[in-house]
Write a protein that binds this ligand. Structure first.
Ligand SMILES: NC(=O)c1ccc[n+]([C@@H]2O[C@H](COP(=O)([O-])OP(=O)(O)OC[C@H]3O[C@@H](n4cnc5c(N)ncnc54)[C@H](OP(=O)(O)O)[C@@H]3O)[C@@H](O)[C@H]2O)c1
Length: 333
């Protein structure tokens, strides 16, 4: 085995910021118990931020981004894993302060590793990636708070994005009545194909003028948008309903009131995929291989190689990416 392999390296100096495919050697990899030949990674909004100079994700340079990876173990000092095991790694410090998935090889702590469930391929695992895991965790929390398909319509915002598109298709698989909200008029048919019963505009969910309490519309919601959108969803959630919030593409300030909580008993559920406990993580990956695995999973996933990746990273920040993009780390060989 050659000691050199390719990775996407971002570097920042006082004069310059660069994003290049560069050869690395095994000595360049961070410490860890498990070394993995990465077959696929994926593209998330956070990865887009890691590839720009002021994205506030990367903590030191040079750095290899990529918050997700799936591949085959080549060596392990952790007794839970052995050479040849197919594994998934997402979250924790991966692609933030620990070299990530945009590399043909990665080395990580054993505690970050999840075994690939039997019913998933490495590529399917990365079509899900952190976005799919976050959608699954959102649904898990909503159901833990009592949500069932009989309760009524579930709203998914940012529906053409990674978390949104995965949530629409997973909820449809679970027989929920899903309304998808999107800012992209051209993608209504796409969202219906993923399983949305109704598709509505961003403006319909978030009107100019917000009401502290509005018509009871949603039995529950998966919201990766946040901001004013979250405030508007809370005011139109049905009595006792729950809203799972995971993101901030619509802003960080939430101009809400106490009324949805004290007049309608609405539950606001925070979703954090990064430090989600390992037992829930493993349970949810198993569910993503079975009852949360959408019928048309392949259709949600586009594929790029390492050399096309810089363009996709800038596209995701510009809101031009639909669904999920996997990075094939075998195709440049
Ligand atoms: N909490 C966690 O653990 C966790 C995990 C993963 C991601 N996240 C966060 O979740 C969010 C979504 O991540 P992602 O990977 O799905 O990103 P993504 O693929 O870029 O999707 C974001 C979607 O949000 C919508 N959007 C963009 N700008 C908007 C705006 N100004 N107002 C309203 N909607 C807007 C767009 O969908 P439409 O055009 O269809 O409306 C866009 O496709 C990000 O904030 C990310 O950081 C959090």
């Amino acid at each position: 085995m050659s000691n050199k392999f390719n990775a996407l390296v971002v570097n920042k100096t006082e004069e310059d910021f660069t994003v290049n495919i560069e050869p690395l050697s095994f000595e360049d990899l961070p410490d860890g118990d498990v070394t993995i030949r990465v077959h696929y990674s994926s593209v998330n909004y956070k990865d887009g931020l890691a590839s720009i100079p002021n994205g506030k994700i990367v903590q030191s340079y040079p750095f290899v981004p990529g918050i997700d990876l799936a591949g085959i173990v080549t060596s392990s000092k952790d007794s839970r894993y052995k050479e040849g095991d197919q594994v998934i790694v997402t979250s924790y410090e991966l692609g933030v302060s620990h070299y990530g998935g945009y590399s043909e090889y990665a080395r990580v702590p054993g505690d970050w590793v999840v075994p690939l469930p039997d019913q998933l391929t490495l590529k399917e695992a990365m079509i899900f990636g952190t976005a799919g895991f976050t959608a699954a965790l959102s649904i898990h929390q909503l159901e833990k708070n009592g949500l069932t398909p009989e309760d009524g319509t579930i709203l998914v915002t940012g529906a053409t994005g990674g978390v949104g598109s995965m949530a629409v298709s997973m909820l449809a698989k679970r027989n929920y009545d899903v309304t998808a909200s999107t800012g992209k008029e051209s993608e209504y048919d796409y969202l219906k194909k993923l399983g949305a019963k109704q598709v509505i505009s961003r403006e319909e969910v978030t009107p100019e003028k917000l009401r502290p309490i509005g018509k009871q519309r949603w039995a529950g919601a998966v919201d990766p948008v946040g901001g004013k959108t979250l405030a508007s969803i809370l005011s139109s959630t049905k009595y006792g309903g729950s809203v799972a919030v995971s993101g901030l593409t619509g802003g960080v300030e939430v101009p809400t009131t106490v009324f949805p909580f004290i007049l309608r008993g609405v539950n606001l559920l925070g979703i954090d995929s990064v430090y989600c406990p390992k037992d829930i993580r493993e349970t949810l990956w198993k569910r993503m291989a079975t009852d949360l695995k959408p019928e048309g999973l392949e259709e949600i996933g586009n594929e790029v190689s390492l050399k096309d990746l810089p363009q996709t990273l800038s596209d995701i920040l510009a809101g031009k990416v639909r669904g999920r993009t996997v990075v094939n780390l075998q195709s440049d060989q």
